[in-house]
Write a protein that binds this ligand. Structure first.
Ligand code: SAH
Length: 364
């Protein structure tokens, strides 16, 4: 791929060829890429890109070579810089590199009944949460809707040839829990959700948008038609503690966030998840557990406890296992439904909040 940059409308162009990836074009505008072809060819192309993605345009067997050549250079809006596996092949992390140098990471996790892809919505992040590796690097740029959706398409294409052992051979669930704050890039996240649900045919319920608490973004999500799952990264039950972990708390304190979560619950009829990254000696006390349970009961939310994945850039640590257990039990004892998230991909820095560290340290 040649020198490239961001063109008009955020489209990434390959300067060597002057051609954009077809994923950088709105799915309704594909005609513009192959203007001389009949309409049914455009439909065939859209099916390949969205419903049955393949790794290379050469595999789009019912399209003439001229069309494959036209849209296949490049097919993807990024190159695959690295692919790493962990957990006996049930976890794969990809580092994608955009022509302008922006890094995108995505993690695929296989479970007995679902195959979940964790995707990035921004290169870097401006939220600066003190325990998150991405937050320490600052913000690079928003990803486009095409770059966000292409992570899902790439993983689907990969799964066709290499299913994860014992898991569905397609992406069944997507979580916006990679790099970035999705509700700080809502127009592009919206475009990506539209592509997943309305064009690729995924169920809205199987898409989870995780937010650190951008209240106006939650209200915009309410306005949109999809029944996506909302996850709110709470991490603390009082503002004094929360603002030390999540700087955005000063702008949108817990009360305003809980109100927004309640509005979401009422508008969509969907249970909200409260995410709680559990940090040793920080937010793992019985008092915090009880206050968390009270909030969860109040808005009928489900609590997800994620033990802190230590990163070299943040001081917070993972509590010992008996403290993790005691915290989860205390939340449950006070009447909230709570699950302890299993930690995938720790050994390849693919776990929550760890993305990006190794690449930036220049290790392989
Ligand atoms: N910006 C969004 C989504 C990205 S982070 C959000 O904040 O929700 C996805 C989840 O991973 C969030 O709940 C976040 O708090 C959590 N997380 C971040 N760093 C972590 C770490 N080092 N260990 C465990 N969880 C972490």
């Amino acid at each position: 791929m040649g020198e490239a940059g961001i063109g008009p409308g955020g489209v990434t162009l390959d300067h060597a060829t002057g051609v954009a990836s077809p994923y950088q074009v709105e799915p309704g505008d594909l005609t513009g890429l192959i203007p001389d072809e009949p309409a049914y060819r455009v439909d065939q192309l859209r099916e390949w890109l969205y419903e049955h993605p393949v790794l290379s345009a050469d595999l789009m067997t019912n399209l003439p070579k001229s069309v494959r050549d036209r849209i296949g250079h490049p097919l993807w809006p990024f190159e695959v810089e690295r692919e790493q596996r962990a957990d006996d092949g049930r976890t794969i992390k990809w580092l994608f590199r955009c022509p302008d140098g922006a890094a995108i990471e995505a993690v695929l996790m296989g479970y007995p009944r679902r195959t979940t892809l964790c995707i990035s919505s921004q290169a870097g992040c401006a939220m600066a949460c003190t325990f998150c590796a991405t937050g320490q690097f600052g913000f690079e740029r928003h990803l486009t809707g095409g770059e966000i959706f292409a992570q899902v398409a790439y993983a689907s294409a990969h799964l066709r040839d290499h299913p994860l052992p014992g898991s569905p051979d397609r992406v069944t669930n997507v979580v916006f829990m990679g790099m970035g704050e999705p509700l700080a890039n809502y127009p592009n996240v919206r475009d990506a959700i539209h592509r997943m649900v309305d064009v690729a045919g995924m169920s809205g319920r199987s898409v989870t948008v995780s937010t650190v608490g951008v209240v106006p973004g939650i209200d915009r999500l309410i306005e949109d038609p999809w029944p996506v799952t909302l996850a709110v990264s709470l991490h603390a039950a009082d503002d004094h503690l929360r603002e030390q972990l999540v700087p955005l708390d000063r702008r949108y304190p817990i009360d305003s966030l809980i109100d927004a979560a309640r509005r979401y619950r009422e508008a969509k009829g969907r249970r909200v998840s409260l995410e709680w990254t559990l940090m040793d000696g920080v937010n793992d006390s019985a008092d915090q557990a009880r206050a968390l349970a009270a909030i969860a009961r109040e808005i009928d939310a489900h609590v997800n406890v994620i033990p802190m994945n230590p990163t070299p850039l943040a001081p917070q640590q993972r509590p010992p296992d008996d403290r993790i257990r005691a915290f989860v039990d205390e939340v449950a004892r006070h009447g909230a439904t709570v699950t302890l998230r299993d930690t995938r991909g720790v050994e390849i820095d693919a776990a929550c909040g760890q993305l990006r560290v190794r690449a930036e340290r220049g290790e392989t």
